[in-house]
Design a protein around this ligand. Structure first.
Ligand code: PLP
Length: 462
């Protein structure tokens, strides 16, 4: 199994190489040269299996020779053993034919744990075998950072630096990044917004001297291994609702497009997905683009669903790559235009996108109202991201096809907004109850590439 860049100019890599590399050297993102498929019988055979066994069968074809069967089974087992629910990604019913998939039973209470815990184990096995060490730098809108720190804390061969937008993450999110005590994980509060953090991360990857010197690796959803981990729960949920004999729709609260792109991969693999609904908050560049208005950057407006406060949605590049018939040169051209503000999507590509995705948005008021109304209707306390999903799902679901809305975080990660909407203060699970008593360590730092790179060099030299 080979991996190719969405911009067509980087060397082809194996799964392991693509995973350890992160961003391709031509600035593109790695995708499998061919998406493997599961037959109808393969999918039917997933009925009743554990999450781990399903994960093994769904992901195995993507991994190729990079890991042995036994290694890969062990990796999956260790990745999910710390989850607080035996089903890992349980479904709850909200209404007739509407289901919520709870993706917040991992160690940091957001869906990012599904991919990050797996990637931590994959890195550990691969680096040990190679006798190498790496520096992981990540940009986070809140949840990726803590999930990465949790997954890599204490591993010898890895230093982790997480850039988050200073003052723009929730207090629980911040504390989850500033209270880990392992000496190899570091929180950087960058003066800027998430798009600044993500742009500096890409700058570091494009600074080849720095990249090679510190052996830079990335665990943002530019890393295909993360997307792959997220493909699994589309299968577990669809199969438990009747696939492959029945079509299933999904609504995905979206920011960087990694999670919903995993749904696209699941569909390409043969899972009968009907609608794949992209739900955005007021930062609705993706909804505007999918509605035919082109892809044009605006300013990011902070919202109560901060993990979706994004204007430059990294993984949308992967969606465009397939919509443009895997034409790397066309994608490279669009990404060039994006540097100066945006681009229009060709008619053919719009049609291809329309065959996979539909979209919607939720304003701040609508998000708050949905938290309140869903609590009244189903006794389910949603986090603001899940609420964006439910609001948009309600606009798209129909009686014929089950709709699964992804609940991407636990409500206790966003207590202020949840309380404001519902009057209920969501309690942290007992294993995290002392979060507010732990002491915080962070470095506040300027949004400047040289300053950031110097800081990282000095810290790892210690
Ligand atoms: C990261 C995140 C999202 C957005 O997911 P993408 O894969 O970036 O589209 C949505 N909700 C929560 C809680 C998140 O942490």
């Amino acid at each position: 199994m080979k991996y190719i860049s969405t911009r067509g100019q980087a060397p082809e890599l194996t799964f392991e190489e693509a995973m350890l590399t992160g961003l391709a050297r031509d600035g593109g993102l790695y995708v499998p040269a061919e998406i493997p498929t599961l037959s109808r019988e393969d999918i039917a055979a997933l009925k009743g299996l554990s999450y781990e066994e399903t994960a093994y069968r769904v992901m195995r074809p993507f991994v190729g020779d990079s890991f042995t069967d036994e290694e890969f089974r062990g990796i999956i087992a260790r990745a999910y053993e710390g989850f607080g629910h035996a089903a890992r990604a349980p479904l709850k019913q909200l209404a007739p034919n509407h289901f919520l998939m709870e993706l917040f039973h991992g160690p940091t209470l957001a869906f990012k744990d599904f991919a990050m815990q797996l990637i931590g184990q994959l890195f550990q096995v691969a680096l040990k075998r190679r006798g190498e060490s790496v520096t992981i730098v990540g940009a986070t809108s809140g949840d990726t950072g803590s999930a990465a720190m949790e997954a890599f804390a204490g591993l010898d061969a890895v230093n982790v630096f997480i850039m988050y937008p200073h003052g723009r993450v929730s207090e629980v999110q911040r504390r989850q990044m500033t209270t880990p005590t392992a000496s190899n994980v570091h929180a950087l509060a960058v003066d800027g917004d998430f798009d600044d953090c993500q742009a500096r991360l890409k700058d570091m990857f494009n600074d080849f001297d720095f990249r090679d010197e510190v052996k830079l690796a990335g665990v943002n959803s530019i890393n295909f291994a993360r997307v792959l981990a997220q493909v699994v729960y589309y299968f577990t949920s669809a199969v438990s609702l009747g696939a492959p004999d029945r079509k299933i729709s999904f609504t995905v609260p979206t920011g960087n497009f990694g999670d919903v792109f995993a749904g696209f991969i699941a569909k390409q693999m043969g899972l009968p997905i009907d609608q794949l609904v992209v739900a955005t908050n007021q930062n609705d560049i993706l909804h505007r683009c999918l509605s035919g208005q082109g892809y044009h950057k605006g300013d990011t407006i902070p919202s109560i669903s901060p993990s979706m406060d994004i204007q430059v949605s990294s993984n949308f590049e992967r969606a465009l790559f397939y919509a443009y018939g895997q034409d790397g040169a066309a994608v490279a051209q669009l990404m060039d235009e994006l540097k100066t503000g945006g681009f229009e999507v060709s008619q053919g590509a719009m049609q291809a996108l329309g065959e996979t995705y539909v979209s919607g948005r939720a304003s701040e008021t609508e998000t708050l109202a949905t938290i309140q109304s869903e609590l009244a209707a189903s006794n389910e306390l949603l986090c603001p991201h899940g609420a964006v999903g439910v609001k948009v799902a309600n606009e798209h679901r129909c009686a014929a096809t089950p709709m699964v809305t992804l609940a991407t975080a636990h409500p206790a990660k966003f207590p202020a907004a949840v309380k404001q909407a519902s009057g209920v203060h969501p309690a942290l699970p007992p294993r995290m109850a002392d979060l507010y008593d732990r002491s915080e360590t962070l470095t506040q730092i300027t949004n400047d590439l040289t300053v950031l790179e110097d800081h990282i060099r000095k810290t790892i030299a210690k």
